[in-house]
Design a protein around this ligand. Sequence first.
Ligand code: GLN
Length: 306
Amino acid sequence: MQQIVDEIAEEMMNLEDKGEVAHYIPQLAKIDPNQFAISVALTNGEIYQAGCAAKLFSIQSISKVFTLTLALGKLGDSIWHRVGREPSGDPFNSIVQLEHEQGKPRNPFINAGAITIADLIMQGHQPKEVLAEIIQFMRYIADDDSIAIDEKVAKSELETGARNASLAYFMSSFGHFENPVEEVLGTYFHHCSIAMNSTQLAKAGLFLANNGVNPITGYTVVSAQRAKRINALMLTCGHYDGSGEFAFRVGLPGKSGVGGGILAVAPGNASIGVWSPGLDAIGNSKLGTKALELLAYKTGWSVFGK
Ligand code: GLN
């Protein structure tokens, strides 16, 4: 496995076209695209890494997997009254379907869906309390107390968040929101701004590869059925309008973020964190996707067969 990740890291650093960093969040626009990291956490507890696997990056929309997990833990299947489970086929920040579907987002991974999940997990609590809970959860599942929010990124998102504010106010016009829109947005921007490295990310996703139990700590995070369902949503919706292409090329449940990270799950085998800040036109990490495609090919881990 070490040889495989070393080969992948080397191959990625030699590629010319590394994609474009996310320009619409000023704090992310400053990041050097010539960076790559890969961490593979096996379900037997072994961890393999290559590239700049200790470097922190903004996990952005990957956080939506963890807020969904928290919402299911708090509220169970009742969340599905507020958010659907179908791929949207539209960009992550699209507003078009919301009018036809009366403010109910297609799935929890598009921005509108994740903003709805933020409203659900707040349950009348102050954003600070909810954020403390999210961070505590991240530290628990990754078994790492150093995980924190990058306040500079959160501020940068807030200042340039007109599109997300539009989505939130539009949804609230249907009378769905239980908390003040500004507070829900604050919670959303902050959880998107959690900073992690690829190894912490791989460890945080390990419960999804191991029937809900983190094999390193022994903690049961969710039931096996819930882990399976979260993986299904990652496979069908985790890359927005690029989800079909990701399934075709990589064949694993995965969740991307505009910070350039991707969490991928090889059920029964491993949880994988990759990072490279350059994105493709849809907003998914260009080299991250390529690296996962290679990894799935070399290991035979695709859920669709070898
Ligand atoms: N915080 C980002 C946004 O709301 C998350 C988007 C993403 O990672 N795809 O635009």
